[in-house]
Design a protein around this ligand. Structure first.
Ligand code: K2U
Ligand code: NI
Length: 184
């Protein structure tokens, strides 16, 4: 199982690389990597396992964060209706998005960033994502709210982008014009 020591931290060059597409059909090795990402996220949300192994809780994880520069992400969270959103995807791609923006009023964190970096992170309010599941099935997901924010955070990791890149350095909590404020 993945541990915190397997997660690389800000400053590691892999976090700033554009990750490579995963060849389809995925190899057993690539499937094992993607499974391990989802296993980490679920373990980190299990209080007993997380405290036993000192795992920082997360709702998503991208392969570059374990120093694998390949386009794979895992997301596991409850949306605002309490519906479980759980996807481990190869080659996820945002194929369309709203003009309207949204942001978490709490700001964002990252398992690869140990310190708190306060400020609003503008995201698209709604996105459509295509990707390939572990079973080789192509999925098309229409997302909003926290799921949309999380997928954008994870897909940014595949493009070498960190959440704090978006924060206004002079006024981190400057209101984002016309954006939906998402309380968490
Ligand atoms: O990619 C990661 O480092 C995991 C991130 C994912 C994330 C950050 C901000 C907003 C959405 C997703 C976090 O560590 S997960 C921690 C967390 C938990 C609940 C809500 C937001 C962030
Ligand atoms: Ni992150």
């Amino acid at each position: 199982m993945l541990m915190m020591d397997d997660i690389i931290r800000d400053g590691h060059p892999t976090l700033r690389k554009v990750a490579q597409e995963v060849s389809m059909p995925p190899s057993e090795e690539d499937k094992e990597i993607l499974r391990s990402l989802m296993e980490y996220v679920k373990n980190s949300q299990n209080e007993e396992i997380a405290s036993k192994y000192g795992l920082r809780p997360g709702i998503g994880l991208a392969a570059p964060q374990i120093n694998v520069s390949k386009r794979m992400i895992a997301v596991n969270l409850l949306d605002e209706k309490g519906t479980q959103i759980s996807y481990a995807l190869f080659n996820p791609k945002i194929v369309s998005h709203s003009v309207e923006k949204a942001y978490l009023t709490s700001g964002e964190g990252c398992l690869s960033v140990d310190e708190n970096i306060p400020g609003y992170v503008p995201r698209f309010a709604r996105i459509t994502v295509k990707g390939v599941t572990l079973d080789g099935e192509e999925v098309k997901l229409r997302l909003k709210g926290l799921p949309a924010i999380c997928f954008q955070h994870e897909i940014d990791h595949l493009n070498g982008i960190m959440f704090y890149d978006y924060i206004d350095k002079h006024d981190p909590f400057k209101p984002i014009e016309g954006a939906i404020a998402i309380e968490r």
